[in-house]
Design a protein around this ligand. Structure first.
Ligand code: MG
Ligand code: MG
Length: 275
């Protein structure tokens, strides 16, 4: 049995947050390995093999594999694929592509879930900017995960930042989630909306914050494989994700090697309420 908030959100003890951190670090190290592995000529299936070996090598279990029938360790979503791409060897990565790699692991029963989008070689500056905006939006959202705040402040900050940067699409039907003894737990964490709503944030709550941002339309569809989400206009999409614990000392980014210190302790912290 685990403690729950009055809204049914799992509350972790300090010891359990430390266990979540250990699971998160497995994911963080795996994604850093994948980031440095991406290059033209590799296939998403090659990256999947690297990820599975890395996760199992740390004594952890790839959480995506078998999840609702998903066949792989990572989701690999290239260019117009938004999320949930199935890694295959059908197409090699090419210079100019962008690839979102989403990865999850279970260690001692606790889940970590994180995603990065990385360029394959040199990419169009508009794509570099798309990735920058998406990652920064994630950090703005994470900065809202403080005790006493409201869950909807996350989506508010994500959307406000993205809208301030240009005419991007934010697919409204996908978002983040609670995380802990399961990968996907209540509540849903929207990437848009008004602040000051939803559950109050308490120490020991853990959430995955994961904005997706499209270069064009916010409209998407799911391919015939029943997994891969693509943009309706065929333009590129980026995706970043971290698993985060609400603590008395502010957000602890479980899936960042430095716990989020370098991003949250810097300019974002100085921006405070306006982040
Ligand atoms: Mg994920
Ligand atoms: Mg997730």
């Amino acid at each position: 049995m685990f403690k729950k908030s009055k809204h049914g959100i799992q509350i972790k003890t300090i010891e359990q947050v430390e266990q979540m951190r250990a699971a998160g670090l497995v994911v963080a190290r795996t994604l850093e390995l994948l980031r440095s592995s991406v290059e033209p000529g590799l296939t998403p299936l090659d990256l999947d093999a690297i990820a599975e070996e890395a996760i199992r090598g740390e004594g952890a279990i790839p959480s995506f594999k078998g999840y609702q029938g998903f066949p792989a360790t990572i989701c690999a979503s290239v260019n117009d694929e938004v999320v949930h791409g199935i890694p295959t060897d059908r197409r090699k990565l090419r210079e100019g592509d962008i690839i979102s790699i989403d990865c999850g692991a279970i260690l001692d029963g606790w889940h970590g879930d994180s995603a990065i989008t990385v360029p394959v070689g040199e990419v169009d500056p508009a794509l570099t900017e798309l990735m920058r905006v998406t990652e920064e939006a994630m950090w703005r959202g994470i900065s809202a995960l403080t005790v006493g705040g409201h869950l909807s402040d996350v989506g508010f900050r994500v959307e406000r930042y993205v809208r301030s940067q240009g005419r991007y699409g934010i697919p409204a039907e996908y978002g983040g989630h609670g995380i802990g003894t399961e990968m996907h737990m209540d509540p849903w964490v929207a990437n848009h909306g008004r602040p000051g709503r939803g559950p109050r944030l308490e120490t020991g709550m853990c959430f995955a914050v994961e904005p997706m941002v499209n270069l064009g339309t916010d409209r998407t569809k799911v391919l015939a494989d029943d997994w891969t989400v693509v943009t309706l206009d065929g333009k590129q999409s980026a995706h970043f994700e971290h698993s985060v614990a609400v603590t008395d000392d502010g957000p602890l980014v479980l899936t960042a090697l430095d716990g989020g210190e370098s991003r949250l302790g810097g300019p974002l912290a100085e921006a405070g309420e306006n982040a």
